[in-house]
Ligand binder design. Sequence first.
Ligand SMILES: *Cc1c(COP(=O)(O)O)cnc(C)c1O
Length: 225
Amino acid sequence: MFADRLAEVRKNIDAAMKRAGRTDSVEVVAVSKYYPAEAILDAYGCGHRIFGESRVQEAVEKKEILKDLNELELHFIGHLQTNKVKYLGDIFGLIHSVDSERLADELNRYFNKIDRVQDILIQVNIANDPDKSGVTAEEAESLCKAVKNMPNLNLRGLMMIPPLTDDEEKNRKYFTAMKELFDKMSVKNENTMDILSMGMSDDYTIAVEEGSTMVRIGTALFGGR
Ligand SMILES: *Cc1c(COP(=O)(O)O)cnc(C)c1O
């Protein structure tokens, strides 16, 4: 079942890439938050490797159950409170949701202590949505500069969650604006940024048309929660 859903998502991504004339690639993060470790195991058995979790404790527990899956790659996609940083360990291949300099500082100090260089994305609240965390586009550039001086953080790119809507087309402008910001910041950073994380179950084809390189998909892969 997971395999069929993933094939469908992949097919839709390929069609969106074609429409946009893109020849690069898009990574799928299967968002397994709220699903048991068995759901990850099943998807792993179908060949999928990258999974997104939004709570530290839940991810740590699943990682322990699944510790024998050598190629399992967990991503942290939820809001991260500074008091949870000490539980992160080395289990996340990528943290998508760095949304303040204070959090970045805390992370840098923690990963220095455990002797790890952690890949991260900066979460941008491009729509200035009061219900969402993330920095403004302007703050993203200053946070990027600050992170460059944090040796235990490796900035790979940007992440965005659009406002809730019942008409995804209305959010297209935010995906476009993110792509522009990403390209501008990439050039300033000697093109070391390579990940633009945007697109979820309801809007990933729009996100891919606008330049997303990583989509985070829960419901469309695992079914309704
Ligand atoms: C839950 C979640 C997703 C997946 O959402 P779906 O609509 O189920 O695909 C993606 N990104 C973030 C940050 C999430 O919290």
